[in-house]
Ligand binder design. Structure first.
Ligand SMILES: CC(=O)N[C@H]1[C@@H](OP(=O)(O)OP(=O)(O)OC[C@H]2O[C@@H](n3ccc(=O)[nH]c3=O)[C@H](O)[C@@H]2O)O[C@H](CO)[C@@H](O)[C@@H]1O
Ligand SMILES: C=C(OP(=O)(O)O)C(=O)O
Length: 439
């Protein structure tokens, strides 16, 4: 038996959805706790299974974590291990984020080599080459990355071939404990990278150029936990996922506790598609009162249109009158949702990196299987738009990055329920076990 969402489509949404903290911000923030022993306090951490995996990894390394109300606390005073085992890395590629902090602080790290992933090959060569530039010796042995820097790391210049998000984060963390000045060129500019940099500043690091392609880090001998709570920034991808919903079902939504400044490219595209959008700094009001227009969408590193919203906007385009072109530039295999959308009646052809979507079609409810995290969100959206009942399988992907999705959607009038028993309802969840307190 597998978990599924059963969804009856075609009901307009209405109401408010509160956006959670960003998965892609909490993961590097937790990795950064390895840079200095002590107690760290986080608020607005999303209760998603990737957070659970990262907490398991930190526990494996010797850290402790607990909660006080909604605050998540992590104590890294007892970290003694240097290994991220395959069992955890295979669940979550972002486990590789512990590599930089471990080798910088302890002079050694052993991290399982992440394999390919459903959306693409996703090598980690830029992480490894950057660490080598900082003076680490890297070996690959028996499926593990071994990194050594017995005499510490030294500042250097690193030019990334691609503005990789997690490579920039790994190298920024490592450089924060390296001797001297490190310059990272062609650095990623994502809000989550800026957020991590700001946390490192709170820990005593000196960093310039956050949010630009040139980040300069002046390493310190020691860092310390931030003096106050670190608030995880809102999830721009969760926001974008729910933003397209009124375009599919009709109705109107208010998305609160978000950050509009992170969403310029998606907001521009959705307005071009015909959605009526009004914004305040932390709230977005969205509704649709006219026909959806076709779009040309090209994914790109921030501030371009995010690859993590490509699948969701593709569903919207099945509603548009005319031909839409959606080009995926970041990951070579991120069109797997197309096959499932076709099973629901969508007319989509893939030509190399571009999906050609012909609309409008009325999607039909079906049983579908998600291949990855954003494909799962796309299929939920498609099912909410479709005529009849759908079952969306593959919720282990969805649970990685969406907090309480069924509950949030039900609260705005969607007909969605999670199938299977109550224990499964929470998905893979380290805080639902009898031995641990619930968040
Ligand atoms: C935990 C996290 O923050 N995940 C996000 C992060 O993933 P992640 O950081 O893994 O994605 P990258 O920015 O690294 O990937 C961008 C491109 O660079 C390539 N590459 C990357 C590293 C490397 O060493 N060599 C290499 O060739 C990748 O295969 C990909 O084609 O950014 C992606 C792109 O916005 C998002 O989809 C993910 O949600
Ligand atoms: C691809 C994603 O995440 P990850 O990099 O953690 O696989 C995502 O968030 O869409």
């Amino acid at each position: 038996m597998r978990a599924f969402f059963e969804i009856e489509g075609g009901f307009p949404v209405s109401g408010e959805i509160k956006i959670s903290g960003a998965k892609n911000a909490v993961l590097p923030a937790l990795a950064a706790t390895l840079l200095s022993p002590g107690v760290y306090r986080f608020t607005n951490a999303p209760r998603v299974s990737d957070l659970c995996t990262m907490l398991e990894l930190l526990s494996h390394l010797g850290a402790k974590w607990w909660e006080e109300g909604q605050t998540l606390l992590v104590d890294t005073s007892g970290v003694t291990e240097f290994e991220a085992p395959y069992d955890l890395v295979r669940l979550m590629r972002a486990s590789v984020l512990v590599l930089g902090p471990l080798v910088a602080r302890f002079g050694k790290a052993r991290v399982a080599l992440p394999g390919g992933c459903p959306i693409g090959k996703r090598p980690v060569d830029l992480h490894l080459r950057g660490l080598e530039r900082l003076g680490a010796r890297i070996e690959i042995s028996h499926g593990y990355i071994l990194a050594f820097a017995e005499k510490g790391l030294s500042g250097t210049e690193i030019v990334l071939d691609i503005p990789s998000v997690t490579a920039t984060e790994n190298l920024m963390m490592a450089a924060a404990l390296a001797k001297g000045r490190t310059e990272i060129r062609n650095a990623a500019r994502e809000p989550e990278v800026v957020f991590l940099g700001e946390m490192l500043l709170e820990m005593g690091a000196r960093i310039e150029g956050l949010g630009t392609e040139r980040i300069v880090i002046y390493g310190r001998d020691d860092l310390s936990p931030p003096p106050s709570e670190v608030r995880i920034i809102p999830d721009r991808i969760e926001t974008g996922t729910y933003l397209v919903l009124p375009g599919l079902t009709g109705g109107e939504l208010v998305l609160s506790d978000t950050d509009v400044s992170f969403l310029e490219a998606p907001l521009e595209k959705l307005r071009e598609a015909g959605l009526e959008i009004e914004t305040e700094s932390h709230r977005i009001f969205v509704r649709v009162s006219r026909r959806i227009c076709p779009l040309k969408v090209v994914t790109a590193p921030y501030p371009g249109f995010p690859t993590d919203l490509q699948a969701q906007i593709m569903v919207l385009m099945t509603r548009a009158k005319g031909v839409s072109l959606i080009t995926e530039n970041l990951f070579e295999n991120r069109f797997q949702h197309v096959f499932e959308l076709r099973r629901m009646g969508a007319e989509i052809e893939v030509d190399g990196r571009t999906a050609v979507v012909k609309g409008p079609v009325r999607l039909q409810g079906a049983e579908v299987e998600a291949s990855d995290l954003r494909a799962s969100a796309c299929l939920v959206l498609a099912a909410l738009a479709a005529e009849g009942v759908s079952r969306v399988y593959g919720l282990e992907h969805l649970d990685r990055g969406y907090e309480r999705m069924a509950e949030k959607l039900s609260s705005v009038g969607a007909r969605i329920r999670r199938g299977r028993d109550e224990a499964e309802e929470l998905g893979r969840s380290c805080w639902s076990g009898a031995s641990r307190k619930a968040f």
